[in-house]
Design a protein. Structure first.
Lengths: 109, 112
């Protein structure tokens, strides 16, 4: 079983739509959780950290459910520029990061 | 934040040869990491490189195949040795990891 599993995607949505990505992790001792964004042929970049209380950054909302070992990312009012691959990332402890396979999003006009 | 310069950005190599990838960080960092990302796959950690000690390798990766150097707190190299077509991938270096990991631009390696 992979440590971090994500929706397979790809997600094709029209501009303005709301889209949600899900992620589950297997290590219950995981301490830190993130969503990274990776554009085509580019390196991953941090989109947002995920906290137990849930957190919001503009059009992006991240939620964490430790009991279910489940993480989500909600994107409202999708923009063309949101097209990318979204990586769910879990850090069991310390600094090493475990990456999900990523979910591709394509926002169309 | 940290800015990482990684080179080469891409290379095409003959099987049986070796390639050394370099990463230079613009600030001192304690921990650096090397990842591999195969097409359509997630990032897989190869090893953790700490200054002044041997790298720690993940399962499936060995020092003879992927020797790593970490001579100081701003620099690291990864060598892909005795390459085969299966080594064709993107290799990424990373610095720190919490609360944010910063990545080099990646090296796109093709082995022919």
């Amino acid at each position: 079983r992979k440590e971090v599993e994500q929706d397979p995607g790809p997600f094709n949505v029209p501009e303005g739509a709301t889209v949600a990505f899900n992620c589950t992790y297997s290590n219950s001792a995981s301490q830190s959780f993130f969503w990274y964004r990776q554009d085509c042929r580019k390196e991953p970049k941090l989109l947002m950290s995920v906290y137990s209380s849930g957190n919001e950054d503009g059009r992006f909302t991240a939620q964490l459910n430790r009991a279910s070992q489940y993480i989500s990312l909600l994107i409202r009012d999708s923009k063309l520029s949101d097209s990318a691959t979204y990586l769910c990332v879990v850090a069991p402890s310390g600094y090493a990061l475990n990456f999900g396979k990523g979910t591709s999003l394509l926002v169309t006009p | 934040s940290a800015v990482i310069s990684q080179k080469p950005s891409r290379d095409i190599c003959q099987r049986g040869t070796s390639l050394t990838i370099q990463c230079q960080v613009d600030s001192q960092v304690t921990m650096m990491f090397w990842y591999r990302q195969q097409p359509g796959q997630s990032l897989t950690l190869i090893a953790t490189a700490n200054q002044g000690s041997e790298a720690t390798y993940e399962s499936g990766f060995v020092i003879d195949k992927f020797p790593i150097s970490r001579p100081n707190l701003t620099f690291s190299t990864l060598t892909v040795s005795n390459m085969s077509p299966e080594d064709s991938s993107i290799y990424l270096c990373s610095a720190e990891g919490y609360p944010e990991a910063f990545f080099g631009q990646g090296t796109r390696l093709t082995v022919v």
